[in-house]
Design a protein around this ligand. Structure first.
Ligand code: HEM
Length: 217
């Protein structure tokens, strides 16, 4: 493993994977304001299932020395996502949503790594560092496009309890740098992070059907 801090090695090793995720047609259409609220809700619904699994993995790994520094209840997203879905779809939102096939695959993998702290860190990093970074740009665009206010719609992207995001992200990187694992395990974590990107990108890829349906209409 190189002498660089692990947070840098991990970011550099996954730069290309980030580019592919960011490039998905669904995200481009969403950011261009081309999707209806309900079409935006399709992504929120998929997030709901993935984060229910991720938050569950956090709770089950809270006592593990490798995972514990990442188990931060202020990051849990299930309740914020439920508020967003209620705003988008109304009180019967639960009956309106279902996990897609790629989401079921992602959820199965997150549940599997709930017994492997390093794997859990990989999925945690891929989602939360993204939500705290590009996610903040996405939130601002969504607020402009749909007019959502805090309280429901884009609460998923609001991390009020985290405080300063730049400071939190620096602390998060310090946690990655301090992971008490050997080089082989670091390599496995990098591999799992690339898989996490791939599985998340497949969820977005499947959401492309929403865009295609819109274009066909
Ligand atoms: C419109 C889509 C997206 C945009 C514009 C975007 C933009 C960005 C930007 C500008 C950063 C760097 C922020 C910084 O250094 O503080 C970042 C970091 C990150 N993004 Fe994204 N992103 C997008 C989608 C995604 C997706 C879909 C994922 C994961 C599935 C993701 C995961 C991450 C992660 C893990 C980081 C942290 C990298 C690191 O510093 O270690 N992003 N994103």
């Amino acid at each position: 493993m190189s002498e660089s801090p692990f947070s840098e090695v991990l970011r550099d090793a996954t730069r290309g994977d980030h580019g592919s995720a960011e490039d998905e047609s669904y995200l481009k259409a969403l950011m261009a304001g081309e999707l209806s609220r309900e079409a935006y809700g399709e992504m929120v619904a998929q997030h709901y299932f993935a984060y229910a699994a991720l938050d569950g993995a956090s709770r089950s790994l809270a006592g593990d020395p490798v995972a514990a520094p990442f188990v931060l209840p202020e990051l849990y997203r299930e309740e914020a996502l439920a508020r967003d879905l209620e705003t988008i779809y109304g009180a019967d939102w639960r009956s309106r949503i279902a996990p897609s096939k790629p989401t079921r695959t992602l959820v199965a993998r997150i549940n599997q790594v709930a017994t492997w702290p390093g794997g859990y860190v990989a999925h945690h990093y891929t989602r939360y560092m993204g939500d705290l970074s590009g996610g903040q740009f996405i939130r601002m665009e969504l607020q402009k496009i749909y007019g959502y206010q805090p309280g429901g719609g884009v609460d998923f992207y609001l991390f009020d309890e985290v405080g300063s995001l730049p400071r939190f992200k620096n602390e998060y990187r310090a946690r990655l740098d301090a992971l008490p694992v050997d080089d082989d395990e670091k390599r496995r974590i990098i591999r799992e992070t690339r898989l996490a990107y791939l599985l998340n990108t497949e969820v977005l890829g499947d959401l492309g059907r929403v865009v295609r349906a819109g274009l066909a209409a």
